[in-house]
Design a protein around this ligand. Sequence first.
Ligand code: ATP
Ligand code: MG
Ligand code: MG
Length: 348
Amino acid sequence: GATIGILGGGQLGRMLSVAASRLGFRTHIYDPSELPPAGDVAHLVTTAPYEDSDALFAFATTVDVVTYEFENIPTLTLDALEDHAPIRPGREALRVSQDRLVEKEFLQGLGLKTAAFADVPDMAALATALPQIGAPAILKTRRFGYDGKGQARIMDPTGAEAALAEMQGAPAILEGFVDFSHEVSVIAARGLDGAVACFDPGENVHKDGILHTTTVPARLSASQRTDAVLLAANILNALEYVGVLGVELFVTPQGLIVNEIAPRVHNSGHWTQNGCVVDQFEQHIRAIAGWPLGDGKRHADVVMENLIGDDMDRVPELAKDPATALHLYGKAEARAGRKMGHVNRIAG
Ligand code: ATP
Ligand code: MG
Ligand code: MG
């Protein structure tokens, strides 16, 4: 059978590997760390840095297609792989989603709403931008932020300097504070043939900057639901995307505002494992393998809850609940803030 190469061996790579296996594929995980969570379930594992050209070449010769579980793949890695195997989703999706400034310009170019933003390479630029955007505002590093890391709130102009110091010299973008009622996300997929399918939008609650729960159905009107699906399709088509994409949205009285996109399976799509016939992981594998997209229709109401750090102590209790599906990542050390697993609770 064909082999799917996956850059990154965390929990997303692990769940992609399981889904691929179920469809008869082999998987080859590439990750710099020893014993990545996906290593347990993959057929092959390469442990090497992302900049190791020889290891990348050897990896590429074993796979039929390359995908990834995170968006910060170095350019050098992609250069080394692209002549040997197709990279799906393609490089344009990575280029756009690796940099918050490029991402916001791309989204606005599609006619979509984003928070007000400004490029702030230095203090002078921040001093100019802050009165235009207004406080409160959020300063974010352009690259490498996740789980709310690399962000600082500016409540009033006196806090500007301290916020910029928190960026530690990294290029940053200033965002106007969006007064949203709640947050939702759309997990969408596009096949090699251009077909598009969206999962039902989920409503997301964050705790300490990390996703805490996703609830489906989300609180959305019929027209908001349509808007969410259409804007996701707009993004997929513009990128000539192949695979699953996560689109994070703010719900406001003025409409849906796009927060950010993730060119991969997404934590807020984990509910699909127990709420749909075909979940986001299988959908992604289907898309990148050139298969038809599966049926992502929601057949249950679900609340997904992340198990972070010592939430793992609750596993014996959770395991007793027949309406709760447990998904654990096999990580040895339950460090604070570390995603250890999640549960999907089926309402009934
Ligand atoms: P992720 O783990 O989802 O990749 P991240 O580190 O990339 O997160 P964002 O998604 O940009 O960070 O922001 C994290 C959260 O902070 C958002 O889900 C939202 O709750 C809040 N937030 C971010 N930007 C804004 C904004 N402009 N206005 C209001 N709230 C915001
Ligand atoms: Mg992000
Ligand atoms: Mg986010």
